[in-house]
Design a protein around this ligand. Structure first.
Ligand SMILES: Cc1cc2nc3c(=O)[nH]c(=O)nc-3n(C[C@H](O)[C@H](O)[C@H](O)COP(=O)(O)O)c2cc1C
Length: 204
């Protein structure tokens, strides 16, 4: 087949890459029952108030925990976490203590009563569920971000965040990949040459 030609594939969710995140949650009545689930169907959906979405199948153990407590934490994942992230996406908290098996530790999530955050994650978005959309295979939980916890080493002395140093990972068509070189910054296509060079020198 001519490589310049396009082939039509059956409709699918071929939006790649996506973030791959570790979502932590807990049982409302027994908050000591904590769990982590790996999700690739997560997104940013609103800025004022800040809101993110996570899409979770009803049969996941985490689904009931998030629905029951009305809380979840989206923990961004870095390269060091990648193996544990995969584990949390292939084992269920119904029969596995994922913290014990992966070595991930929970910590209190700022602004939440029940759901914990994951210690060591570069950034944790602490969310309260505002909407639940039943879409078909997945229920989409739309959460308002009530607090953002950032690992101290990602902040400079002025308090600016350097997420490019976090070694974040993404998920693309079945593969975990790490983020690489900085190509530009917001508005670089129209920035003056000297501004572009100065800014970019800080990322190399
Ligand atoms: C890379 C990856 C991405 C995943 N994304 C999702 C997702 O977006 N939604 C979902 O319901 N399950 C997703 N899963 C599957 C769940 O993480 C998996 O079924 C997990 O074992 C459920 O855990 P739980 O039963 O403890 O909640 C994903 C798994 C992997 C490995």
């Amino acid at each position: 087949m001519d490589k310049q030609q396009y082939r039509i594939l059956p409709p699918s969710t071929m939006l790649n890459p996506t973030p791959v995140v570790l979502v932590s949650c807990a049982e409302k009545e027994h908050p000591e029952n904590k769990n982590m689930i790996t999700l690739a169907w997560a997104g940013t959906v609103n800025s004022e108030p800040p809101m993110v979405s996570v899409s979770v199948r009803k049969e996941r153990y985490s689904h009931g925990l998030i629905l029951g407590s009305g809380e979840f934490v989206v923990n961004l994942a870095d390269e060091k976490m990648a193996r544990g992230v995969d584990f949390c996406g292939v084992k269920s908290g119904r029969d596995t203590d994922k913290a014990r098996e992966t070595g991930f530790e929970y910590m209190a999530a700022d602004g939440l009563m029940t759901a914990p955050a994951v210690k060591g994650a570069p950034v944790s978005l602490c969310c309260k569920v505002r909407h639940v959309l039943e879409l078909g295979s997945h229920d989409m939980f739309i959460g308002e971000v009530v607090s953002v916890m950032v690992r101290g080493d990602l902040l400079d002395e002025k308090g600016s965040m350097h997420l490019e140093k976090a070694g974040l990972i993404a998920y693309s068509h079945g593969l975990y990949q790490k983020l690489g070189d900085v190509l530009g910054f917001f508005g670089w296509s129209v920035a003056r040459e000297d501004v572009f060079r100065r800014r970019m020198s800080t990322y190399r």
